[in-house]
Write a protein that binds this ligand. Structure first.
Ligand code: TYM
Length: 334
């Protein structure tokens, strides 16, 4: 059976990019003939400073977000990374397989470390090695992510290939990135050349999963656009990043292709399209935020779900780590 793995960092607000690029697709991938494993990657979050209280809050809120969006903890394994030590144990082995140069080439490292790389945490540099361990400690075959994680998934394949070659085994699978749908790269509502992100200083640039209906409508009304009517074919969006972004968001929220949406709205002005998009966004997102808020009132229930998920995850990860130790020549592995 195919095994799906993916993760989201509990480092602040979940936004529409996380939802359309990842979470909604995690829900779509649940099914009887698949094993789905979804993780709150708290160890990745702390590669940059997190206030301990906020990390705990964000982890529980993210777990509530997963469930509110439609992840069923009985059907999927839902847990936080720090509670399954096999991730970090395998990551250490990968730190010794991967090369420094591979890490230094990552665009996320360059962006997040900024000019003063000497002052970035060592964890931030090793980040992709832990990410490869997250995936490979389950021998996961499919990894749904947004477009910005593509380079990290290529590195995961490189690490698996080098491990298999170095030790002369065929042990770790070569994972398939699953980057599909109309919204694999949701852009900022204020600037169509920047991706929507939790680190953008302007809250108007993103829709948070916890925003209420009025806020969502206001952000869409104020979203940057151009003065032209919408085209009726995708080609007509090529030089219009803001228009393309809003149409892609509409498509992903309504489970349509961009072409199908343009067949319906081509010729309309933004004055007409934006209220349609706002209504759709509110209809799809407010049940999720309401359910998130309800679940956040049941902290003990969330902690119980995470603990149970961690037990199920360890049952898969522990034997794979044991076999890895044996391959590497570590004595004592049973
Ligand atoms: P993170 O926490 O930054 O984002 C979580 C998921 O949301 C996607 N995403 C977007 N998709 C479309 N448009 C956007 N504007 C947008 N912003 C974020 C991301 O692509 C991601 O799928 N390194 C990962 C977490 C991780 C992971 C893993 C993922 C750790 N281990 C193993 C997969 C497998 C990250 O920082 O995602």
């Amino acid at each position: 059976t195919p095994r799906v793995f993916s993760g989201i960092q509990p480092s602040g607000n979940l936004h529409l990019g996380n939802y359309l690029g990842a979470l909604k697709r995690f829900v779509d991938m649940q099914g009887p003939e698949k094993e789905t494993v979804y993780c709150m990657v708290d160890l990745h979050a702390i590669t940059v400073w997190q206030e301990p209280k906020e990390l705990a809050h964000s982890t529980r809120e993210l777990c509530a977000g997963f469930i509110a969006a439609g992840i069923d903890p009985e059907q999927s394994i839902l847990f936080n990374q720090s509670q399954v030590p096999e991730h970090t144990q395998l990551a250490w082995i990968f730190n010794c397989v991967a090369r420094m140069g591979w890490m230094q080439r990552m665009t996320q490292w360059k962006d997040k470390a900024g000019k003063n790389q000497q002052n970035a945490s060592l964890g931030l540099l090793a980040y992709p090695s832990l990410m490869a361990a997250d995936i490979l400690v389950y021998h996961a075959t499919h990894v749904p992510v947004g477009d910005d994680q593509k380079q990290h998934l290529e590195l995961t394949r490189d690490i698996a290939i080098k491990f298999n070659n170095d030790f002369g085994v065929d042990f770790f699978p070569i994972t398939e990135p699953v980057i599909e749908g109309a919204a694999t790269r949701v852009m900022s509502l204020r600037d169509g050349s920047k991706k929507m992100s939790k680190s953008d200083p302007s809250d108007m640039s993103r829709i948070n999963m916890t925003d209420d209906a009025d806020t969502i409508a206001k952000k869409i009304r104020k979203a940057k656009t151009d003065p032209d009517a919408l085209p009726s074919e995708v080609d007509g969006l090529s030089e219009r990043p803001e228009a393309r972004n809003l149409v892609n968001i509409y498509a992903a929220l309504s489970n349509q292709t961009t072409d199908e949406v343009l067949a319906e709205v081509g010729g309309k002005q933004f004055g007409e399209f934006k209220p349609m998009l706002a209504d759709l966004a509110v209809a799809k997102l407010s049940p999720i935020s309401t359910e998130m808020a309800r679940l956040m009132g049941e902290e003990a229930e969330i902690d119980r779900i995470l603990a149970k998920g961690a037990d199920k995850a360890r049952a898969i990860a522990a034997p794979i780590l044991r076999q890895t130790y044996e391959i590497v020549g570590m004595v004592g592995a049973k």
